[in-house]
Design a protein around this ligand. Structure first.
Ligand code: GLC
Length: 458
């Protein structure tokens, strides 16, 4: 069914409302190998010049691996998720009153940037406008923006300065869908409204790409209710690249862009296409005061490992309160993740994709001939990995450098003499030097491992 033929409900479902609801059943929290998309979902091959330019623009991002997503807006004052305006059918005039109360403490973003840096995150992506239509930046196209309302400040500028101060990449999230602008819905039926709304949208994106210096990521979202043709997305991207030749853009203006954006799940792209899994720490993007479905630091670390194993990035969300303070749970979780990254960061940042399978108490990343075995459920003094077709030369605990004894048989390697209790509660990393690029083949084990004769009567 094409988008125009969809019901609004179908589309909302596809655009993520449903994906969020489904998250708990579809999310792959790192216990299995990274899932992969099927070939038919891959975008068409770009030309060689585009491939080279993209590789150049994306180099820092591939090395970054871990970013902070920030959902912040008037909805943060309601504290019931950024979809409140839609889900609760709040009258626009009533919703607008929130702009009179939204006066965050100055430079709240500095604490976010410090936390991101400490957590090992290398870039930040903040909502400049969500579906509520309120702009956190200064725009000549509407008065419905922070500098012209009670806040009286350009919150995007504060964010940009804070991120740069910590040496982090700067990303702008911009929601095409708009529940406030009068043309936001009728643009689908009325050509004059569409033209006006496209001018508004492109004009704001131009402002974002002009007024804040070098921007590293443009993160479009929710192309409802138009398609790439309706949004004039080719022209949109062309303008963005003219203004910001080094920027990278995602795939949510209905064009493939530079990278894919699996949401609330970890799904690797095939054929080397870049991907970034975005995820909440509880079940909400925007601040939700009653949402207590927090993931543990261990789950976050496992997800980060799964992303790195599959060659992807992990964009992990915080939803600051209206005053800009970060929910305590998010601080606690990110601080714990940061401590783990301090010791084990290189096993993530330098990771190259590893083809191997899954394990019930460990996961893997790889760099060259080195395999990192990340053990999250510590089994005791012996850790066993099956199906490694590469010869192990040596092993040690990554965090301490302490050598680890091992015994390699045809179908398994056993790392022995380890402590009974997990050296690192979140994940202990065993660094395994191999005599070539490690290859794991569980199919081979299942097929070739000799069976013993059993008493079969058939
Ligand atoms: C989902 C949410 C949306 C959020 C986005 C981030 O699509 O519905 O509000 O901004 O995820 O990826």
């Amino acid at each position: 069914m094409d988008k125009k033929g969809m019901t609004r409900r179908d589309y909302l479902y596809l655009m993520g409302a449903g994906a969020t609801a489904l998250a708990t059943s579809t999310v792959n929290v790192g216990c299995a190998g990274t899932k992969e998309r099927t070939a038919k979902e891959q975008p068409a091959e770009p030309n060689p010049a585009e491939v080279t330019d993209r590789a150049r623009r994306m180099q820092w991002w591939h090395a970054a691996k871990f970013g902070m997503f920030v959902h912040w807006g008037l909805y943060s004052g309601l504290g019931r998720h950024e979809w409140a305006i839609d889900i609760e059918g709040i009258p626009v005039a009533e919703y607008e009153r929130l702009a009179k109360q939204f006066v965050p403490k100055p430079n709240a973003a500095r604490a976010w940037a410090r936390l991101a840096k400490q957590a090992g995150q290398k870039y930040m992506v903040m909502t400049t406008k969500h579906l509520e239509g309120f702009c956190l930046f200064n725009t000549k196209y509407t008065n419905y923006c922070a500098p012209k309302q009670a806040c009286g400040r350009d919150l995007v500028r504060e964010f940009v300065e804070a991120a740069r101060k910590e040496g982090l990449g700067v990303g702008f999230y911009y929601c095409l869908w708009d529940e406030h602008h009068p043309d936001g819905t009728r643009c689908a039926q009325d050509e004059v409204a569409r033209k006006r709304f496209v001018e508004y949208t492109h004009g704001q994106i131009r402002e974002l790409c002009t007024n804040y210096g070098k921007i590293d990521v443009l993160w479009y979202d929710a192309p409802w209710p138009l398609d790439a043709k309706g949004w004039e997305s080719e022209k949109m991207n062309k303008m963005v690249f003219e203004l910001q030749p080094d920027i990278i853009v995602n795939n949510r203006n209905d064009l493939p862009g530079d990278f894919s954006t699996p949401e609330q799940e970890i799904v690797a792209e095939k054929g080397g296409r870049a991907w970034e899994s975005c995820m909440t720490m509880n079940d909400s993007w925007g601040y939700h005061k009653a949402d207590d479905a927090w993931k543990s630091p261990k789950t976050i670390v496992r997800n980060l490992i799964t992303c790195a194993k599959g060659g992807g990035n992990y964009l992990l969300n915080i939803g600051p309160k209206a005053d800009g303070s970060i929910p305590e749970e998010s601080v606690r979780i990110l601080t714990a993740v940061g401590k783990w990254m301090e010791k084990n960061g290189p096993t993530i940042y330098q990771a190259e994709p590893f083809q191997g399978g899954w394990h019930t108490y460990a996961n893997y990343t790889r760099k060259g001939n080195t395999l990192y075995v990340h053990v999250h459920f510590w089994p005791g003094s012996t850790v066993t990995v099956a199906g490694l077709r590469t010869k192990v030369k040596s092993a040690r605990l990554f965090a301490t450098g302490q050598p680890v004894d091992f015994k390699q048989e045809e179908f398994r390697v056993q790392f022995t003499g380890l402590p009974e209790r997990a050296p690192d509660e979140l994940a202990t990393v065993i660094e395994v030097e191999c005599d070539g690029e490690p290859v794991q083949d569980m199919e081979w084990v299942r097929r070739e491992r000799p069976r013993r004769a059993v008493d079969v009567t058939l």
